[in-house]
Design a protein around this ligand. Structure first.
Ligand SMILES: *Cc1c(COP(=O)(O)O)cnc(C)c1O
Length: 362
């Protein structure tokens, strides 16, 4: 067994994998695999609806929001958000705090005018003070990314927009803490970080924002069509959705989002504590109030990192079965992703290894 600290596709709860394994060939009493069933048959439709219901229950989604399951990953939603919403006024505000929100802004600019709310920094290490944001009251929406998976910048507040709909990418921290849904116009999250395998994106959209799509919006990206057809307009990735449903049931058994939130603090705080206690041997470039609970990035051997030490660290980690700790190629260093499925014991193994590596090299 290895310990998987990968950023995505990421670790799934072992319990879920075993359940999926058990029903892989024959789902319930149906005599066939979920993969072989019609997406319009009663067995699949029931599973599909139960999955959506569990999402509604776990995230406490109010009745005036639709929950959609869409294809095209997080990237598909970069386009879908703009195509469905930007036509309301022709422009949108983008608050770019890392690589993913930067990509989303670039995609949206194909469909309307994109206003950058803050200037581009040399490095993404903070959320600029809201007082400095240049918000346009006529924007169709304000877009941001709640947790920048690559840089590890996580919001610890919900932006105030004075009535402009708020759109958020929660791909890498969905279901890791309770969310006040009514503050948002659209929430989306691709599954492969916290809630399942790659291949599906969870979308929560306030009903009054549906129906403003550009005429050129493709059917599969059109919120109004996907909502009307209960996310079965065309063939959905049925097997992936079955796994996501299993993950939701697992989250419920764990005690729901409040419990996962507490666990995420326990796991991430123990790693940041090693970093902070290491006299800059381990160095995290992030401002303290935006340190991600999900993706913990750090350099080894000082602020700009010592690549020899970092290689050695990764090699030693591999020997202990700790995998996928290499930082994203654009920022280098180490990144420990501590999603819902990573256990407290697994985070403790990393903590212990970091302390040993520190003692040996300083
Ligand atoms: C992974 C990720 C994406 C991109 O998801 P794809 O499914 O690969 O398109 C978008 N946003 C965030 C925050 C992510 O972590």
């Amino acid at each position: 067994m290895v310990i998987n600290f990968g950023a995505g596709p990421a670790k799934l709860p072992r319990e879920v994998l075993l359940e999926v394994q058990k029903e892989l060939v024959e789902y319930g009493s149906s005599g066939m695999s979920v993969m072989e069933m019609s997406h319009r048959g009663t067995t699949y439709v029931k599973l599909h609806e139960e999955t959506l219901e569990l999402a509604r229950e776990l995230l406490k989604v109010p009745d005036n929001y639709k929950i959609l399951l869409m294809q095209g990953g997080g990237t598909g939603l970069f386009a879908a958000v703009a195509m469905n919403l930007i036509g309301r006024t022709g422009s949108a505000d983008y608050l770019v705090t890392g690589s993913w929100s930067a990509k989303a802004a670039k995609e949206a600019a194909k469909f309307g005018k994109v206003n950058q709310v803050v200037p581009k920094p040399a490095k993404y290490t903070c959320v600029p003070d809201p007082k400095s944001w240049k918000l346009d009251p006529k924007a169709s929406y304000l877009y941001y990314c709640d947790n920048e998976t690559i840089e590890g910048v996580e919001f610890n507040f919900v932006p105030e927009t004075n009535g402009v709909p708020l759109v958020v990418d929660m791909s890498s921290n969905i279901m890791s803490r309770p969310v006040d849904i009514k503050k948002f116009g659209v929430i989306f999250a691709c599954a492969q970080k916290n809630i399942g395998p790659s291949g599906i994106t969870l979308v929560i959209v306030r009903e009054d924002l549906i129906g403003h799509q550009l005429p050129t919006t493709p059917t599969i990206l059109d919120f109004s069509i996907v909502a009307k057809d209960n996310s079965i307009n065309n063939t959905p990735p049925t097997f992936i959705i079955a796994v996501v449903g299993r993950v939701f049931a697992w989250i419920k058994r764990q005690g729901g989002l409040q419990k996962l939130y507490q666990d995420s603090l326990t796991k991430s705080n123990m790693i940041y504590a090693v970093v902070d206690g290491s006299k800059s041997f381990y160095y995290c470039p992030l401002e303290a109030n935006v340190r991600s609970r999900m993706n913990v990035p750090f350099r080894i051997g000082g602020p700009s990192g010592n690549e020899t030490l970092e290689k050695e660290f990764l090699k030693g980690a591999e020997q202990l079965g700790m995998q996928q700790l290499k930082g994203h190629r654009s920022v280098g260093g180490i990144r420990a992703s501590l999603y819902n499925a990573v256990t407290i014991e697994e985070a403790e193994s990393l903590r212990k290894y970091m302390l040993e590596f520190l003692a040996k090299n300083s």
